[in-house]
Write a protein that binds this ligand. Structure first.
Ligand code: ADP
Ligand code: MG
Ligand code: MG
Length: 199
C-alpha cells in the first residue's frame, strides 16, 4: 500500500530531478517556446517541497492537493495550471484514505490526465505533456518501471510531431523536429514515481 510518505517522496524526487534538469527543460522550450519551462517548474516544485515540509499533510490525497495548490499559485506559464489540475484531480480521486493501492493510484492518475485534456483541449499526438502522460497511465498496470519507460518513449516520440496546442503550435510546421518540453518534464514526474516506488 502507498501512504502519505510515498506521495511525499514522489513530490520531493520530482523537485530534485526538475532542479537537476531545469536547464535542459528551458533549452527544449527555447526553439518552440519562450525558454521558461525549466525555471517555471523549478519555482513550482521548490514551493511544493517547502510546503510539504511546513504543513506535513498526512494522507496521499492531501499531499497531492497541497502540491497542486503550490503549482497553480507559483508557476506562471501554461504548465502550472495543467500540472496543478493533474495533481488536484488525482488527489481528489484518492479522497482521504490513509493508504491507497497501486490500482487505485492508476485509476486516480487516469482521471487526472483526463482533467488535463479537458482543461487544455489536447489529445495524444498534439505534441504536449499528454503524449508522455497517456502512455504512462496506460502502462501503469504493469508497474512503475513500465510507466517510466512508456513516459520516456512518449516524450521522445513528440520530436517528429507538429504542435497543435500551446505556444509551440504558433510555429506550425516549424515545431517539427524538436522534443516537447512539457512531455519531457512529464517523463521526469513519472520517473520520480518509479523512484518513490523503489524505496
Ligand atoms: P508556457 O508555454 O506558458 O511558457 P511552459 O513553458 O511552462 O508554459 O510549458 C509549456 C508546455 O506546456 C508545453 O511543452 C506543453 O507540453 C504543455 N502545454 C502547453 N499547452 C498545453 C495544452 N493546451 N494541453 C496540454 N499541455 C500543454
Ligand atoms: Mg514556456
Ligand atoms: Mg512562458
Amino acid at each position: 500500500m502507498l501512504d502519505a510518505d510515498f506521495f511525499r517522496r514522489w513530490m520531493t524526487a520530482t523537485a530534485v530531478s526538475v532542479d537537476r534538469e531545469a536547464e535542459r527543460l528551458t533549452a527544449l522550450d527555447s526553439p518552440i517556446g519562450d525558454a521558461d519551462h525549466g525555471s517555471n517548474l523549478q519555482r513550482g516544485f521548490t514551493a511544493v517541497a517547502a510546503a510539504l515540509e511546513k504543513e506535513d499533510p498526512n494522507t496521499p490525497g492531501a499531499v497531492l492537493l497541497l502540491a497542486a495548490r503550490q503549482l497553480i499559485s507559483t508557476v506562471g506559464g501554461a504548465s502550472g495550471p495543467l500540472y496543478g489540475t493533474l495533481l488536484r484531480r488525482t488527489g481528489k480521486s484518492l479522497g482521504d484514505a490513509a493508504e491507497v493501492g497501486e490500482a487505485e493510484l492508476a485509476a486516480a492518475l487516469r482521471s487526472g490526465v483526463d482533467a488535463v485534456m479537458a482543461l487544455g483541449g489536447a489529445s495524444p499526438g498534439d505534441k504536449t505533456m499528454i503524449d508522455a502522460l497517456v502512455p504512462a497511465v496506460d502502462a501503469l498496470a504493469d508497474g512503475f518501471g513500465a510507466a517510466r519507460a512508456a513516459a520516456e518513449q512518449g516524450a521522445l516520440a513528440t520530436t517528429p510531431m507538429q504542435a497543435r496546442k500551446g505556444r509551440a503550435s504558433y510555429l506550425g510546421e516549424r515545431s517539427i523536429g524538436h522534443q516537447d518540453p512539457g512531455a519531457t518534464s512529464s517523463a521526469l514526474l513519472i520517473a520520480a514515481l518509479a523512484e518513490a516506488g523503489s524505496e
